[in-house]
Design a protein around this ligand. Structure first.
Ligand code: SAH
Length: 219
């Protein structure tokens, strides 16, 4: 049965209802970008979670994805992707693939996505899901603080883990002229989501994220 209330869902129909309710909450929460709202209304968030958490998929909160990491709340995914303000043809780099959900949303809004995950196990799982759900997204395993130099420049770069102190300089270097970076910056899981464009930095929102950990995972 469909049980849209509170984001709980038990089957495909319930998931569609719950997605609709989530999109309505995103609108009420100030998300206006039509492509982002359409993408959020289409990507099956429950597929990016362990089966026992699927019933929670559309609630307004982050959820555990194993390996000590979390899938960001629907609002923060929608807000971050909208903040990039990219045209449909854009090439975007995401740092912190995690479950792959944000990459799947992004891939419906832009032309091409490259996403980098430090944890090989998470990268592998996301690669399988995105091959099916977002073929224009490429998952790379490695240290995202170094970006993806061989694919640069990017029109947009979105970081989904908290950078300590500042946006990693390699990411700034890999941005196309006029490009936009959206990145949470702070310490101890709390900070500010900042947007950098044309050398200027704007503070967008107070946020909480898991840390961006420099270096490769298999040292
Ligand atoms: N966008 C994700 C949520 C990301 S959680 C989603 O939609 O599910 C943050 C992710 O950043 C975690 O999976 C973590 O392993 C990853 N991460 C942390 N440091 C990293 C680094 N240096 N390079 C790449 N990924 C990193």
């Amino acid at each position: 049965m469909a049980r849209g209330r509170g984001g709980r869902t038990t089957d495909g129909h319930g998931a569609a209802k719950a997605r609709e309710a989530m999109v309505a909450r995103l609108r009420a929460g100030g998300i206006t970008d039509r492509r982002v709202l359409a993408a959020m209304g289409e990507v099956p968030r429950e597929r990016f979670l362990r089966p026992e958490l699927a019933g929670e998929a559309y609630g307004d909160h982050p959820l555990d994805i194993g390996r000590g990491q979390t899938i960001s709340s629907p609002w923060i995914v929608a807000f971050s992707v909208a903040a990039l303000q990219q045209p449909p043809s854009a090439r975007v780099l995401e740092i912190g693939t995690g479950s792959g959900y944000a990459a799947a949303v992004l891939a419906r809004c832009v032309g091409e996505v490259v996403t980098v995950e430090r944890d090989p196990e998470l990268a592998e799982r996301a690669r399988g899901l995105l091959a099916e759900l977002a073929p224009n997204a490429e998952v790379r395993t490695g240290d995202g603080t170094r970006g993806a130099a061989d694919r640069a420049p990017f029109d947009g770069i979105v970081v989904t883990a908290l950078a300590s102190g500042a946006i990693p300089p390699d990411l700034v270097d890999q941005l196309a002229p006029g490009g936009t970076i959206v990145c949470p910056v702070g310490d101890h899981r709390v900070g500010t989501l900042v947007r950098r464009r044309d050398g200027r930095t704007e503070h967008l929102a107070d946020v909480s994220f898991v840390p961006l950990v420099p270096g490769s995972a298999d040292r």
